[in-house]
Design a protein around this ligand. Structure first.
Ligand SMILES: Nc1ncnc2c1ncn2[C@@H]1O[C@H](COP(=O)(O)OS(=O)(=O)O)[C@@H](OP(=O)(O)O)[C@H]1O
Ligand SMILES: Nc1ncnc2c1ncn2[C@@H]1O[C@H](COP(=O)(O)OP(=O)(O)O)[C@@H](O)[C@H]1O
Length: 502
């Protein structure tokens, strides 16, 4: 253990959410035998042989990068001057990392490897009582086989039947591991996922339930292998494969048969044992989402009512959900005019509160002091996006209409809205530059052409045309009412707005 003053004087750093999730698993022992972030020798061996330098089989790179300035403060040869305090986003210490290897990993960042040791109380999370360590869980498990299920999606009747069947066949105790770092594959917030799984609990065999920050790295095979490793650390002996991924990682993998609903007796059984006219197949996640989006009930033969209730709460029909309508386009394309008209129509219906984040008001209040450099435009657009997402989180409707010339900033806004559980509709007002320039309501284009104004979007500043717009409107030959009508009709057609408005 390092002396107090060494810890006090050590530099501190807040890892990104992904790295913090890895850190939590390292500290809890879920990544055993790893005790810290990997160094170069291990990463090298991993890349070449899928093993750590000492030959231990390990599926995935568990790495940490820190700013170059921070790395340069360390003296790796001196045990008293090579520690970094890792903190959570609030700045509270979570761990001490004793850096034993550091190397340039990016333009201004260094990879650092070394052992981590827990500090502080580990921080608080929602459903804290479920975030148990492998040692705690192993102490709770009855002797014998343990069937692990990684539940990154809600459990509907077909999955429940598969789990019950597997647990019965193996005579195993059931351990459900719920990944809770960031939304699941269907965008369900983690708290809603946990609630939906608990809602199915009385239809499961006796189970131990654990929440843990397991993240996907985007490589299906490695992710599955890492999940198996983690499951094994929790005492799992057999893992039920879900979502079609097979994984070894030293565990026995059960591949469940595809079950279908037999409408002769209401049982779920192997699909091939049911005559086609009597069987109903399990619904795909996209079909379930579609029913929820349109406000149709999830059928009872497929989903226990208590689970359905949680899912409806988490994913209300689109017409009741928060929504961000985000206009982008050149100056003079018609964004503000359409946005204003849209906001008025929406207010008339009174279904949701409507906030118009009008360009002039935003630049006066929210973004006062910002100019039109790339950095300032990005800041402006992100602020608008942040406010809009919060409005959406509380089920309101936000209408925003900045030029938003950069793809990355628009993508960030989309991500914020979706993280907040709100819909996001990007409307590209694609009126061509010639038309905008002809309108030139503020005389800006004329000044830009005359060289009196620098950095005018479309003249000598970029506009990255969106490739992901939900709707594109060119107002060249449209009246204002027609343009508003097109947007409104699109919102109605996609279920975001009640038809009566149209
Ligand atoms: N250099 C330059 N380039 C583009 N636009 C300029 C510039 N300088 C001032 N203006 C006026 O500012 C309005 C655009 O502000 P935005 O907040 O929408 O821009 S951005 O999204 O941050 O890029 C824009 O208003 P709209 O015409 O309503 O789009 C312009 O009137
Ligand atoms: N179909 C249309 N939709 C929107 N604006 C239109 C349309 N036809 C003409 N216009 C005119 O174009 C101008 C667009 O200006 P504005 O809405 O301020 O654009 P922006 O917010 O994109 O800079 C307004 O003067 C508006 O009256």
């Amino acid at each position: 253990m390092l002396p107090e003053d060494v810890l006090r004087d050590a530099p501190s750093y807040t890892p990104n959410p992904h790295e913090l999730a890895d850190l939590e698993l390292l500290l809890s022992g879920a990544y055993a035998p790893l005790t810290g972030f990997l160094g170069r020798a291990d990463l090298d061996a991993l890349r070449r042989r899928g093993r750590l330098a000492d030959g231990t089989q390990w599926p995935a790179a568990v790495t940490l990068a820190v700013p170059a300035e921070l790395a340069s403060e360390l003296v790796l040869a001196d045990p008293l001057r090579r520690t970094i305090i890792l903190t959570d986003p609030e700045g509270a210490p979570v761990a001490a990392l004793e850096v034993t290897d550091a190397w340039p990993s990016g333009e201004r960042s260094y990879g650092v490897g070394g052992t981590v040791r827990a500090m502080g109380d580990g921080g608080r999370h929602t459903f804290q009582r479920l975030r148990r360590t492998p040692a705690e869980v192993r102490a709770l498990l009855p002797p014998g086989r343990v069937l692990g299920v990684i539940a990154d999606r809600p459990l509907h009747r077909p999955q429940l039947a598969q789990i019950a069947h597997a647990a019965r066949t193996l005579a195993a105790h059931l351990l459900i591991l719920i990944p809770v770092s960031g939304p699941g594959p269907d965008g369900l917030p983690t708290e809603a996922l946990v609630r939906a799984i608990f809602a199915a609990r009385d239809r499961l065999p006796p189970a131990t339930i654990v929440a843990l920050p397991l993240l996907n790295r985007g490589d299906e095979l490695r992710d599955a292998m890492l999940r198996s490793k983690v499951a094994a650390s929790y005492g799992v002996t057999h893992v039920l494969s879900t979502g079609g991924t097979l994984s070894g990682g030293g565990l026995r993998v059960l591949v469940p048969r595809e079950l279908a609903y037999d409408n002769r007796d209401g049982q779920w059984r192997w699909r091939d044992d049911i005559p086609p006219r009597n069987r109903r197949l399990a619904m795909a996640p996209a079909e379930i989402d579609d029913l929820l989006d349109r406000g149709f009930p999830l059928p009872e033969w497929h989903t226990p009512p208590a689970v359905a209730k949680e899912l409806v709460r988490a994913r209300p029909p689109r017409r009741h959900r928060g929504l961000v309508v985000f206009f982008t386009g050149l100056s003079g394309s018609g964004k503000s005019t359409i946005a204003r008209g849209l906001a008025d129509s929406l207010r008339e219906s009174g279904d949701r509160t409507v906030t118009l984040l009008d360009g002039d008001v935003v630049r006066r209040e929210l973004s006062a002091g910002l100019g039109f450099s790339k950095a300032d435009r990005d800041r402006n657009v992100r602020r608008i996006g942040w406010v809009a997402a919060e409005i959406g989180r509380h089920r309101g409707m936000a209408v925003a209409c900045p030029i938003a010339p950069y793809e990355a900033a628009r993508a960030a806004v989309r991500a914020m809205a979706s993280e907040a559980g709100a819909g996001f509709v990007l409307v590209h007002v694609a009126t061509p530059l010639e038309v905008c320039e002809q309108r030139d309501r503020k005389g800006l284009y004329a000044r830009a052409r005359a060289g009196q104004l620098r950095g005018m979007t479309g003249i000598d500043d970029p506009y990255e045309t969106p490739a992901d717009a939900e709707l594109t409107v060119d107002t060249t030959t449209m009246t204002v009412s027609e343009a508003i009508g097109v947007v409104l009709a699109d919102l109605v057609e996609n279920g975001w707005v009640e038809p009566k408005l149209a």
